[in-house]
Design a protein around this ligand. Sequence first.
Ligand code: F6R
Length: 608
Amino acid sequence: MCGIFAFTTKNGKNAAEVLMDGLMSLEYRGYDSAGIFTPESGSIKAVGAAAQLRRKIPAGFFGKSGIAHLRWATHGEPTEQNAHPHQDCSGDVWVIHNGIIENFKALKKKLETLGHTFKSATDTEVLAHLVEEHLKTEKDFTKAALLALNEVKGTYGIAMQYRGDPSRVIGARMGSPVVLGLGEGERFIASDASPILRHTRQVVFLEDGEVASITPESHTIYKLAGTKVSREAEHIDWNAEAAQRGGYDHFMLKEIMEGPEVVENTIRGRLRESEGLAKLGGLESVERDLAKMDRIIIVGCGTAYFAGLTGEYMLEEHAGIPVEVELASEFRYRNPVVNGRTIVLAISQSGETLDTLEAIREGKRRGALTLGIVNTVGSTIARETDAGVYNHAGPEIGVASTKALVSQLSALALLTTFLGRQRGMSAHEGREIARALRALPQQIQAILNTRDGIQKMAKKYKNARDFLYIGRKYNYPIAFEGALKLKEISYIHAEGCGAGEMKHGPLAMIDQKFPTLAIATSDSVYEKMASNMQEIKARKGPLIAIASEGNDEIKQLADDVMYVPKTIEMLQPILNVVPLQLFAYFFAREKGYNVDRPRNLAKSVTVE
Ligand code: F6R
């Protein structure tokens, strides 16, 4: 959940400046405290985000190398004392860490009996002391680090330095991502490529159980056992600006506004419209196996889980294949019935969500074919699944997931067409889906153009303390997603509900102060939605509707209407979710909250 960034150079640059710039682009990974270390100037820490740390750095703070960290607290309060980097007793070994060292209590006890004293309540600090302990007998920093890492159990993405070998940085990965950047006379280690890309596009992804030892002109990768690993560098096309706000007040708004482009990028080169086929290069290696599969279990968390629920409707209705959707955090603790004819499909923007990753591993252990719909290239889920579909949505920085969902739903529509055509979907139906997918970018743009009206609506309802979101069929999961968006950035009570469930309980909550947002676009369940809205109206509940353009009659039922263009029923959620994202965004802004940094949340959940 934290961000790590390390740099070593022979080019005369001040590493402290490079590290601080890098931390700013990693901020979505954590922001409750930050810290930096260079062998020349020592360490500075601050509670809060990277900007707070930057303010504390004195003039003349310098380094030819260094490590820097953004923390999202797991063990120990978000205090300066618990902020990284952590040091050994001598102040020569410094460590930054993303993850959890599970056996830290036992290690700490052992180290204390050996005379080590601890300054923080973190699990991370034990590593610095362990390295210090090994340096007593093993003078080589890389070897001492390897010995220490072999004693540690848990998850980590790590960077560490030793004043006795100041131009070297050791990186290590076990369950938390680590990327090396290879520049001219300089090397980088980071949690992801975003802080590296402004310096170099050549990167190497570490695998779990690997340790990298870098100097300005070299990088060597080892297995934990000490054997060397050779790995080719990869070229990354994303530029660093792609991860910046691009003129909008918040990443969240920028990312909602990217919707049309995101759909275009997700479907680009993947539709053979005249034949009604989807061409998914990432599935080619398993194409034949896929034809034999008789069941899909989709796993994901949060927004990705709601994408999966919507996918269930698409896949069952159009591809005729039974689908179950499971919260990844539940799947891994059940005793799921999975066999060689089961697909376990993970949906994940980051590709690093630990529960989703573990669900995939569980599926694999039980013999399933594993697939991923993943946005982050080279992420752990992308690499551990047998095959998959990349979203190509570009980096998503806003903590609240928006463009990733639009892309995940588009990718699910592609997958539905792909699997459907293997199972008797007609070319005509395939063509209809392809045509409708191609029309989506323009339709999303039309919704985005109505954002001023949605902003006014958010203002009108800004004092509501509760919100109910209702929908049916394809829009049932979207009701849950709308509620999730509102609660995570506005901190108010919002609930999703299948509209058919209203009379079974939730209707009791409705009164003049309890607004409902009804997703009521013209589809096969519209009449049913309209009667649910009548029931709410009869209880004097304020009503906002999402309706299809041209439906004037709905104004007699709803106090306010957000209109969206019409598409085929299975793709309608991709349009309907956009006004819900905008409504949540403007609502949170009315409340004055920093929507890109909702309290208590971070972008990528790499712990349970
Ligand atoms: C909500 C949100 C989260 C994520 C969830 C899964 O706006 O962002 O619910 O959707 O943590 O994350 P990924 O997709 O990275 O696995």
